[in-house]
Design a protein around this ligand. Sequence first.
Ligand code: C2E
Ligand code: CA
Ligand code: CA
Length: 504
Amino acid sequence: MLIPVLIAASWYALPGALVTALAAGILMAYMPQDAALGSVQTTYNYWLRIAFYLLLGGLAGWLFHLRRRSFATHRSIARTDHLSGLANQVALDEDLEQCLSSSSRATGTTAVIQVKVTDMADVIEALGLRAADELVVEMSQRLARSVRKGSSLYRLGPDELALVVTDIERKDLDAITRRLVEVGEESVLIHQVPVRVQLAMGTAISEGNSKTATELLRQARTALMAAVRQRRDHAHFSPTFDQSTLASLKLIARVRDGLAAREFELHYQPKICLADGRVTGCEGLIRWRGDGDSLIPPGAFMPKVEQTSLIGPISYFVVQAAGAFSLHTGSEDTIAINLSVHNLHDEQIHDLLRQLIEQNGVRPDRLEVEITEHALIGDLEEARSAIQRIRDLGIGVSLDDFGTGYASFEYLQHLPLTGLKIDRAFVTQLEGNEPARRLMACMIDVGHALGLEVTAEGVETREQADILRQLGCDLAQGFLYTPALPDSEYQGWCRRHAEALGHS
Ligand code: C2E
Ligand code: CA
Ligand code: CA
């Protein structure tokens, strides 16, 4: 009789154990006191047995109750993000697994929306970690309010949340993410400071239980990464994301080998003086001669390379190639190279540039560095001193892609720049577009007011070049003249261009 009492205690804890113990005690009344003699129990013995069983059942039930409570506490701790009190990644994995494997979900859909606060680092830097937690809690409450009941919310990291929504159509998922972005980006008062964050979302959906929890989460994360990379607020998973990620991973893995195998080349695009049509210099643009004869453009690998330590070796190659080019062409023309923001603080780049000038005899006034406007985000003083160090070598520094980033007049005024390159986006709109012309005129005037040499990028038509000349732009660069050419072809092109000018 003890066994059923213990089983009941383990299944139903205290109440189940007491009821079973009582039932067992009553049943025991019918048992003889001595099985061999068949003597009936005394009343005293009968009550004693009941009391004994109740005591035992009670004790076992209480112990099992304690065990269960401690298990539940541990489980709840394991499933909770302690800082925000929200469910965490463990909970998400378990719940999603359960949701997708339950037979009732065989026909419905399950969607995962992964949310990232893309500028959380700024909030942490400005207001501290505690503020970031408060922000996430506040935001999660808002997000939870704007999706329907039954959706579950999880915190996956300091700046990441995930939502699981069931029985949802693909088009409704888009509508939900749009609403979530709107709601999530409304400003929140944290430590008396109104904070407005930027969100990116990645979504993936499973029809029935066609995908495992791991696969669905991986797809939502891949979509989120694509949204972040493309600076979009939302991306829905597509199998092409996997292919392009794989292709870019493979490409990056080969960069180091490519450098050792001398597969990189610098090609040169001339800069033309708009006033007289002469070539004044060129910009060196990197190319990768991959398998066979195909040329891989920088857009396919540089954005990724710039996020890794590989940007160092790649830029050392660029500096050396540009130095060699400058020495063997021997003309007065300048050669500009593109440096990434990470290069600005790299001692080795400075050493290489200094070496080119002091040991190899490259004239510093024939070198130029182009830095994109995006590289200047952050500390103005730091950007100023990094640029000044390049200027101290006697090398000019131009601000690239001007108009597309965040450079304010304050930046322009305080940075020791020598040139401004107006982005192609403004040049393409010039023809037959008076407002675009006026904007271009303003940008050229701003450059001149600051004493900078102004170059227009991506000039493709004669009409664009004529407008730019009338507006007083100094230099032009673009397919109208020629795309970037390998060293050998560049020299020939310059000769032919000079001859054509002489004849005209
Ligand atoms: P960027 O510095 O703005 O370079 C100008 C880009 O515009 C080049 O693309 C050039 O080939 C292209 N371009 C020039 N004229 C025209 C035109 O008339 N029409 C059109 N549609 N495009 C024109 P590319 O060579 O593919 O380089 C893309 C970007 O890759 C560069 O933009 C630069 O940001 C980066 N990059 C290239 N070489 C290097 C490098 O050596 N180091 C670093 N850090 N970045 C580089
Ligand atoms: Ca450039
Ligand atoms: Ca540019």
